[in-house]
Every structure is written in C-alpha cells, then in structure tokens.
Design a protein around this ligand. Structure first.
Ligand SMILES: [Zn+2]
Length: 223
C-alpha cells in the first residue's frame, strides 16, 4: 500500500502536468489550470479518507472545516453582529473538523466504499455538480474539474494496486485486488446507497452532452 506522501505527491505531480499541458494547449487559462492540479491532489488522498488514523482524514476534514467557515462567514456576515459571527464561525470549524470527523470515522471501514471506482466517479460527479451550481462554472469547466478529482482518485487506486505487487520477487501480496475494485463487495448495501446518491445527483449535473463532447474532443487526436 502506498503511503500518504506517495499518494499526494504522485497525484499532485500528475495533476500539475495535465494542468500545465492543457494551459499550454490553450484549453484553459492559468487561473483555471492550477485549481485542477489541486483537485487532482485532493482526489489522490480521498480514497484513504476512511482509514481512521490517516493524514488524509485529518487533512480533508481540516480543509472542509476551513471551507465551511468561509461559506458560513459569507452567508452570515449580513445577518449577524461581529461578535456572534466569530462565535458561529468558530463553532462551524470545530463542528466540521471534530464532530463530523468523529461521526465519519464511526461509520466507515477502511478500504470500504470510499476506496472504490464507484466512489471515485461519484465524487467527481459531485464536484462537477457543485462547481456548476454553487460556483457558477461553465459546464465544460465543471466537468473538467470533476474529471480532475476522479482522475486523482484513480491514480490513488492504481498506486495501491501497484504497491501490492512485490516487484522483486514478482509475487502478489495478499492485498492485491483489494484496492482497485468497482465497489466494496463486503458491503453491497453501501454500493446501492451510493448508486442512489448518484441518481439523486443526476438533475444537478452539468449537461451530459458537454461531457461527451469533451471526451470525444480529447480522444479524437489519438485516433
Ligand atoms: Zn489507499
């Protein structure tokens, strides 16, 4: 199993390379490019979010807490006096960082559903939906951001799988095949739940036609 640093480094490197290439090819501007690298790096640590002691879970919940504080401050600043506003933001931070983190740990198993292709794709779809509706990104950019996150998560799963091959003796370690899975076979109920979430997400996604067009444009030069 690859460690946190490897996951983060490889995903960030891959994301930065793709972001740079797209910028050079005028697919996006520099300012659109670097968040793609960040999203890929984030995707690269996401599958390990359910390992209770990983850096990933701490980092992700710290990031989510900071995002919650920013969103909360923007939304509440016209509604609250400065004193209560600071208190509310402090509460938000602690709530997301520690309470949500603890609840999350309680209900997840390591290398469970988060460590799967299904989760990787659904998290990418969620990213696309959020950036399309909440951040008002144009549909192609929203899809590209979703693809960046999914891409990072795929890099993670591939790395874990590569690390389970003993390169010296070319034997397979017992963990082979546990990282790169469609969903968590031990808990099919979870997979159904995630699929339902995906279906619920569908109306919020940017148009599928845009994604198809992006993919066909991306694939065309290789044919
Ligand atoms: Zn992993």
């Amino acid at each position: 199993m690859a460690n946190f640093r490897t996951h983060f480094g490889v995903a960030l490197g891959g994301g930065a390379l793709a972001a740079y290439a797209g910028w050079q090819a005028s697919l996006w501007s520099f300012n659109e490019g670097w968040p793609l690298a960040v999203l890929t790096a984030f995707g690269g640590i996401l599958p390990d979010i359910d390992s209770d002691h990983s850096y990933a879970i701490r980092l992700i919940f710290t990031l989510l807490a900071v995002l919650a504080v920013i969103a909360g401050a923007l939304w509440l600043q016209s509604r609250l006096a400065p004193g209560p506003l600071v208190l509310a933001c402090g509460g938000l931070y602690l709530g997301v960082r520690y309470l949500a983190g603890a609840i999350f740990k309680r209900f997840t198993v390591h290398r469970g559903i988060w460590h799967s292709l299904l989760a990787s794709f659904l998290c990418g779809m969620g990213t696309a939906a959020m950036s399309f509706h909440l951040l008002d990104q144009p549909a192609p950019m929203a899809w590209i951001q979703g693809l960046a996150l999914s891409g990072g998560a795929l890099i993670h799963l591939l790395l874990d799988e590569l690390y389970s091959v003993d390169l010296v003796g070319s034997r397979l370690k017992r963990s082979f095949g546990t990282a790169f899975k469609l969903f968590d076979y031990r808990e099919p109920g979870n997979a159904v739940l995630w699929l339902l979430l995906g279906i619920a997400l569908a109306p919020w996604l940017p148009p599928w036609a845009t994604l198809l067009e992006l993919v066909s444009r991306g694939v065309a030069p290789w044919l």
